[in-house]
Design a binder for this molecule. Sequence first.
Ligand code: NAD
Length: 294
Amino acid sequence: MELLDGKKVSDQIKDEIAAEVAQMVQRGEKVPHLAAVLVGNDGASLTYVGSKVRSCERIGFESTLVHLPDTTSEEELLEKIHELNMDDSIDGFIIQLPLPKQIDEQKVLMAVDPDKDVDGFHPTNFGRMALDMESFNPATPYGIMELLKRYGVVTEGKHAVIIGRSHIVGRPISILLSQKANPGNATVTLAHSRTKDLKALTLQADIIVSALGVPHFLKADMVKEGAAIIDVGITRVPDDSRERGYYIAGDVDFKAVSQKASYITPVPGGVGPMTIAMLLKNTLLARERHRSKK
Ligand code: NAD
């Protein structure tokens, strides 16, 4: 079994980007600038946004955090997005999800300029991805593809079973794995909460991507010998014995499943850090697009 070490690979990617940024500085060019919009004070969202901003600083990007109160109205948020779309100093920005219930998420994501949509959630980018055109791929599935590529995990002709059909992970990874590309060229089954006899499907899988958010859901008896396992799940499980009051659990019963797997991602330290690295890669691409429009 080989561990797919997302922490190590994401550090490599960040070093590569930092080297490019250093060259920009040497040439006297403007460095990439990422803005993050956070509405409210959700604990997990604060952690995610904080680590995105810190990663920007570490590799030499400019970053701006726009922190709005949880009473922000949809109109106020849309106005902020309009400002960010128009702000020539910002190359790309993200809206941290979930949003407070008074705000329509779909409406907000539609308002982002597709050329600044480094999360790849705008229908223009999602559609471009589905049509094999250059786009901002959503960071988590993009990170999974990069991890498979850098470890040389063969996907061509393999059967990939994806558990979960969310717009940010399950659905887009099903598109990327089935693309005529390398990695890609897999035969994909997209499973979800209405799927019947999931175990019969996962037992046929050469690759399993688990993205449902149920701790230790994928057990060893659901996995074929030699399968590659990608665990996307991140769930905070209450635990009073720990100082912070919880621990982070993945979707996979790691101890038992790793005995059968050919490759497996740990949680934490697998897909999570790759997500941030790919967001930075998308911001680099946004800067190129931005410069070519001038
Ligand atoms: P979601 O929470 O929006 O949806 C869950 C999906 O799982 C749904 O499509 C549902 O149909 C499916 N599902 C639920 N129960 C099921 C069952 N018993 N059998 C089969 N399918 C079932 O999904 P999400 O936003 O993609 O999040 C999934 C998990 O991934 C969460 O733990 C989330 O925290 C994590 N996540 C991690 C990263 C990362 O960077 N590592 C990024 C995004 C999400």
